[in-house]
Design a protein around this ligand. Structure first.
Ligand code: HGY
Ligand code: MN
Ligand code: MN
Length: 391
């Protein structure tokens, strides 16, 4: 079967799209479950057997299932709340179409190729990004992953239907390489396809500001222990410290208890997403933000407690592989990114590479995220060339 990009893309575009054009695709929930069925259907139409790894990751096989030295290619279905449609799914759609292209060319792979859909890459439901690839590679304990809860208190284990299997036995012998195609999430590409050189170190820290809940109308300003003040100060401090460090800090998710118009809050819970080109800079940034938060809490009579929730170390993709791929693609640009990816997690264990497809505005994690069709088609051709070269 030979499907076109438009056919596959238009087939999944409505799944999980909401009124503002953004997507609500949370791991192992409708509509992401519908996308997983779409994945099985696309595999069946290509006589590709589908397996999962007991962690929620799906694999469609061209060749022996878990045959040795398999080459994986794919990405993730899940989105950030109201994210764009390309971040993740573009890599999976492109992987199936790259298989079609190789078959059209009469390519007979020397090793198995598997299209992969990693679960919970965004961490949008259970809070830990790249959960599926962390489990596959043993970077997180299955029991710890199983206990992660979503905003309704449902655990990952319950959503998965049991404790995840964890690290794939014989991982490094069974996976020869992973090539993940992804929309570029910056403005650095001025040609259709680029190659990743590195991923910035980044992490998430949960700040809990506690004070004394009280009546908005009967508590003098001097008597207040208002955690919202400490939180607000910390947001500004994170912004300032990031600018000073030439790094990135975002506090975009906040929960207030009781979150009532006329009640001074007792608790404000907020998450810091911090990233930098080097680990030392990142550590310095987070330390500075925590210090500023604690100092301010002293002045506000509040408390602040900080819990690291996830960390992704600096990734440098194997230069020889990135260079070989850039050469294959006629001298494609090789560039770093501040966005985390499953390929980054697996790069600690097996050779991995990423192809970036041009994003004209660079906007991502927003309904405005977009890539032009001819650039997506160019990405598929590039992925087919790389997979053909690797097998
Ligand atoms: O947040 C990230 O960097 C990625 O989109 N999960
Ligand atoms: Mn993303
Ligand atoms: Mn992504």
């Amino acid at each position: 079967m030979s499907a076109t990009f438009a056919e596959l893309w238009n087939g999944i575009a409505p799944i999980g799209r909401v009124r503002n054009g953004g997507y609500l695709r949370y791991a192992l929930e409708e509509p992401e479950l519908v996308l997983r069925d779409w994945f099985r259907n696309q595999a069946a139409r290509r006589d590709m057997a589908v397996t999962d790894d007991g962690n929620g990751n799906l694999f469609a096989w061209w060749g022996d299932q878990w045959g040795h030295d398999a080459v994986l290619t794919g990405s993730h279905f899940d989105s950030v709340p109201h994210g764009g449609g390309f971040d993740g799914p573009l890599g999976i759609v492109s992987a199936f179409l790259a298989v079609d292209e190789l078959r059209r060319q009469g390519h007979v792979p020397s090793r198995p190729i598997a299209v992969v859909a990693f679960v919970e890459e965004e961490g949008g439901r259970f809070g830990v990004p790249c959960l599926g690839s962390r489990l596959l590679s043993g970077a997180i304990e299955p029991e710890k992953a199983a206990a992660l809860t979503d905003r309704d208190g449902v655990t990952f284990g319950e959503a998965l239907g049991g404790t995840p299997a964890g690290r794939l036995p014989g991982l490094t012998g069974r996976i020869n390489a992973l090539v993940e195609l992804h929309i570029e999430q910056g403005r650095a590409l001025d040609v259709p396809v680029g190659v990743a050189s590195a991923i910035w170190p980044h992490g998430r820290w949960r700040f809990e500001f506690t004070g004394i809940g009280d009546h908005a109308g009967t508590t003098s300003m001097a008597d207040r222990r208002d955690p919202m003040l400490t939180f607000a100060y910390t947001v500004l401090a994170a912004n300032k410290e990031a600018r000073l460090a030439g790094a990135l800090a975002t506090m975009a998710r906040v929960e207030v208890e009781p979150n009532a118009t006329n009640a001074i809050p007792s608790l404000v819970r907020a998450w810091l997403d911090a990233r930098a080109a080097e680990t030392g800079t990142l550590d310095g940034l987070v330390d500075a933000v925590m210090k500023r938060a604690h100092d301010r809490a002293g002045r506000d009579g509040t408390e602040v407690d900080v819990t690291p929730e996830s960390f992704s170390a600096e990734v440098t993709f194997e230069e020889s592989l990135a260079g070989r791929i850039a050469g294959l693609l006629g001298g494609a640009p090789v560039l770093p990114t501040g966005a985390g990816h499953d390929a980054g997690v697996l790069s600690a264990h097996v050779p991995t590479a990423m192809l970036f497809v041009r994003n004209p505005t660079g906007v991502s994690h927003s309904p405005a995220e977009h890539a032009d069709e001819q650039d997506c088609v160019a990405g598929i051709g590039a992925l087919a060339r790389v997979l053909g070269d690797l097998t």
